[in-house]
Write a protein that binds this ligand. Structure first.
Ligand code: NAD
Ligand code: MG
Length: 396
């Protein structure tokens, strides 16, 4: 690997972004934060500029960029403050950048993640939504841009680590029977649909094992996160949904597994700490220290496994149906989910209405094939409008 790697961190102020900066902080001889981006968290960005002195800081919101500029101390002058979506794409594809951590939440991550792939960067992909929305186009951009795609989602990182290094994109060619995608089950595991009607955003974001941003925490509670991850796995590892089995494993110690035809199952284990997959992606094929405490198996003592409950948590089924429908349907699923989760967090929609709303939007969608990015963006916009309209029309 070249001397010091220049890193762009998209979504630097978020949960993955801050964990990425923590790994970078531990290895100033290996990694440099070249550009940091955020939507509007001025305070966090100010602190990160002071510490990491990046060349660029992008605030997508122009007012936040203005505020940041006003508050920048004189020694912050080494950092150029930019704003807007074009600036995001610029720092994701800048010729001096080696690696891009794609950690913006939701559909907003698609265009800058694609820009990184098209320009041949090592893409550390946390933003699973971009693969769900535009999987075929994203994988094509990786291939055409000669990018390196390394999964940061802990499950996909575990699968990557459990696969042969020579993996060519065909499970059977490597004697792989199936992928075992683990799920914690979230904070409401074991609850019936009736138990779930009155749950609050506070309860939903209180994940038992992981500390994450609000949107993915709610996705974990509905099991939509596992649905999105199933689609993500199919694109990343070029396999069929039938070859991916979801296994609920409440301790979140095994991060996923690969089952081989000779009866072997290879797993990756670790603390529920995203710095492990982040450090793995940054250093691959080497390893660097990540600040993660080592696993104490005697403390864990027990590992449990059970099938997912698709009756109480219909989002997993909806994601499978969206992937089976193909074309624009996964983008529609994703967009409707973003609107529903946002409304739930604002207490405008109940927890159990999240899957209901998504299903209603999916039912109204006429699937289109996605040869063009614009088709995906149009489907995303259509689904958001449809979900908003349904929320005002119906008492979901
Ligand atoms: P977060 O909410 O903590 O942070 C999101 C970041 O994106 C912030 O920096 C925010 O400023 C930025 N952002 C938000 N809206 C934006 C917009 N419209 N345009 C540009 N930037 C915007 O989220 P997170 O938990 O860090 O998750 C980030 C991504 O990583 C998600 O796609 C999530 O599914 C994935 N992921 C997260 C975890 C985790 O442990 N947090 C694990 C696996 C995958
Ligand atoms: Mg995950």
């Amino acid at each position: 690997m070249a001397s010091i790697q220049n890193i762009t961190v998209l979504g630097a102020t978020g949960s993955i972004g801050q964990n990425t900066l923590d790994v970078i902080r531990r290895h100033p001889d290996k990694y440099r934060a070249f550009a940091l981006t955020a939507a509007r968290s001025v305070e966090q960005m100010l602190a990160d500029i002071a510490e990491f002195q990046p060349r660029y800081a992008v605030m997508v919101d122009p007012q936040a960029a203005q505020q940041l500029n006003n508050q920048l101390p004189p020694d912050g002058a080494a950092t150029e403050i930019l704003s807007g979506d074009e600036a995001l794409a610029m720092v994701a594809s800048h010729e001096e950048v080696d690696q891009v951590m794609a950690a913006i939440v939701g559909a907003a991550g698609l265009l800058p993640s694609l820009a990184a792939a098209q320009s041949g960067k090592r893409v550390l992909l946390a933003n699973k939504e971009s693969l769900v929305m535009a999987g075929p186009l994203f994988m094509q951009a990786v291939e055409q841009g000669k990018a390196e795609l390394l999964p940061i989602d802990s499950e996909h990182n575990a699968i990557f680590q459990s696969m042969p290094e020579s993996y060519t994109g065909e499970l059977s060619a490597h004697g792989i029977d199936k992928i075992l995608l683990t799920a914690s089950g979230g904070p409401f595991r074991g609850k019936s649909r009736d138990d779930l009607t009155a749950v609050t955003p506070e309860q939903a974001v209180a994940h038992p094992n992981w500390s994450m941003g609000a949107k993915i925490s709610v996705d974990s509670a509905t099991l939509m996160n596992k649905g999105l991850e199933l689609i993500e796995a199919c694109f990343l590892f070029h396999c069929l949904p039938e070859q991916v089995q979801v296994v609920v494993h409440p301790q979140s110690v095994i991060h996923s597994m690969v089952q081989y035809c000779d009866g072997s199952v290879i797993a990756q284990l670790g603390q529920p700490d995203m710095r492990t997959p982040i450090a793995y992606g940054l250093a691959w094929p080497e390893r660097v220290e990540a600040g993660v405490k080592s696993l104490d198996l005697f403390e864990i003592a027990q590992l449990d496994f059970m099938p997912p409950d698709e009756i109480s948590f219909p989002c997993l089924r909806l994601a499978k149906e969206a992937f089976a429908a193909g074309g624009t349907m996964p983008a529609v699923l994703n967009a409707a989910n973003e609107v529903a989760v946002d409304a739930f967090l604002r207490q405008e929609l109940s927890f159990t209405a999240i899957p209901d709303l998504i299903e209603q939007v999916m039912k109204r969608h006429a699937v289109q094939q996605i040869e063009q990015l614009q088709t995906v963006l149009d489907a995303d916009r259509w689904a958001r409008n449809c979900a908003q309209q349904l929320m005002t029309e119906e008492s979901l």
